[in-house]
Design a protein around this ligand. Structure first.
Ligand code: CA
Ligand code: CA
Ligand code: CA
Length: 469
């Protein structure tokens, strides 16, 4: 019996270990060989040979740049893209370059090479995105490369096609250079690509409102669920920005308005809806994109705080905003989603922004306290904020190591909360999405398989035991 019991214990341990290894993109957990691109950081690059979909030889010089990015408490990262395509005749114009998440298959960037054979832009990824696929389409030939995003700053690839690239003719109804097949707006030459930032699941943005005094760090004073999408033109520049902003918690005595500042000028259309979806107001303005009001006073946009232990979640009002830019903007001029989204505290007259945007004359960050702590935080997908007065470090045990390591450790800290410390916002929809993502990357499948094996062993041991007695 002793040996069988040992086998049973090993099976249970194996199952537990498999269940515990669902911590994606924790850089310490990555084997060394996946941390590619180190040699590229020297600037000399590495060249490798490959083939297009139809067997033409292609050589790619890789000068990708890796390193730690600026830490701005925003959990997502931006990566610049620079692709150059040439063949025996020199630069190849009109090649379609796209970048997508290899797991979710969401499009992160698309642009067409110019007369110098260059396509450039910026992508934004959450800790969920481990690898991106770079696809270059020239006529009916396709070149595909997969890149690991860990600590990646830039994807720089020079692609040389052997012989003459067949640019062929493809259907392009609006003539913007992006084929109908790849064009999200096939009848609109000003737009080609739709990108959901930081991903299709949006993000939760939380503010502390006692600035410049440190707050109680419960990150529930003003909480908003944000979904942003961008329209890119055929060169990969941003031409429109849309956002849906829903007020979801107000654990505060103060009242606030929510604002957005973007570079340049444009036309802003805003609709405000009740929590049940009936249209309450519609406005449209043309001009500077500084201090756009996204949501009116917070004491009128939600019916309860959603921070008390006896409350069930009740959603607040939401705004749908579309901004049509007067001139296209490079994606990296916008920064990370939700961009410069901030609250204005009516009672104190102070604004509360993310760190990394505004600096004092001595170079210090206006929105980072002396302990390196922020007043604003953004988390991908759904997130349950702490109950009133519950410190975020107590509610999320890995939060502290994440911020003390400047975002290098426990990048998925927000997925592990302490029961009884956080308000139950994460709903069935978000959980179902998480399980679907788990099935897609196989981690949940493996865990279920392990539970199954452990169960079989348990049954076996039980039957043996029954047999023995
Ligand atoms: Ca087109
Ligand atoms: Ca188009
Ligand atoms: Ca609070």
């Amino acid at each position: 019996m002793k040996t069988k019991r040992q086998v049973w214990v090993i099976a249970l341990l194996a199952a537990t270990a498999l269940l515990a290894t669902d911590c994606k993109k924790d850089k310490d957990a990555l084997p060394f060989f996946l941390l590619g691109g180190d040699e590229a950081a020297s600037g000399t690059g590495t060249t490798s040979e490959g083939e297009t979909s139809s067997g033409t030889t292609v050589s790619t010089t890789n000068t990708d740049v890796t390193g730690e990015g600026d830490f701005e408490f925003q959990t997502t990262e931006t990566i610049d893209i620079n692709i150059n395509v040439t063949d025996d005749n020199g630069p190849v114009a009109g090649a379609n370059v796209s970048v997508s998440d290899t797991d979710s298959e969401e499009t992160l960037y698309q642009g067409v090479t110019d007369e110098n054979g260059n396509a450039s832009g910026t992508i934004e990824v959450t800790p969920e995105t481990e690898n991106v696929g770079v696809t270059i389409q020239v006529g009916d030939e396709t070149i595909e490369q997969e890149v690991n995003t860990d600590n990646l700053q830039e994807i720089n690839r020079s692609v040389v096609i052997d012989g003459t690239a067949n640019t062929g003719t493809v259907a392009d109804s609006d003539g913007d250079g992006v084929s109908d097949e790849n064009d999200h707006y096939p009848q609109d030459a000003s737009r080609s690509t739709l990108v959901l930032v930081p991903s299709a699941d949006g993000q939760v943005v939380a503010y502390e409102d006692l600035y410049p005094s440190p707050g109680d760090a419960d990150f529930n004073d003003y909480v908003v669920k944000v979904n942003n999408e961008l329209d890119l033109d055929s060169s990969g520049k941003v031409v429109r920005i849309r956002g849906r902003y829903q007020h979801i918690a107000r654990g505060a005595g103060y009242s606030h308005t929510l604002h957005l500042t973007l570079p340049g000028n444009g036309t802003v259309s805003r609709s405000i809806y009740s929590s049940s979806g009936s249209l309450e107001s519609e406005t449209s303005n043309q001009g500077s994109l500084t201090a756009i009001e996204i949501m009116p006073r917070s004491n009128t946009t939600i019916s309860q705080s959603n921070t008390g232990t006896s409350q069930a979640f009740a959603a607040g009002k939401y705004a749908e905003v579309e901004i049509i830019l007067d001139s296209p903007l490079a994606r990296n001029e916008l920064g990370r989603a939700p961009f410069d989204l901030y609250v204005k505290v009516i009672n104190t007259g102070k604004e509360v922004h993310f760190p990394g945007m505004y600096f004092e004359t001595d170079g210090s960050d206006r929105y980072m306290d002396s302990n390196g702590f922020p007043w604003a935080l953004s988390v991908p997908k759904s997130w349950s904020w702490p109950y009133e007065s519950a410190n975020i470090s107590d509610a999320y045990p890995d939060f502290e190591s994440w911020y003390l390591s400047m975002g290098q450790e426990n990048r998925d800290w927000y997925e592990r909360s302490v029961e009884g410390e956080v308000f139950p916002y994460v709903n069935d929809g978000a959980l179902a999405a998480y399980i679907r993502a788990g099935f897609k990357n196989g981690s949940i499948l493996w865990a279920l398989l392990a539970i199954g094996i452990a169960g079989l062993f348990a049954m076996f041991v039980y039957r043996e035991k029954a047999h023995d007695s």
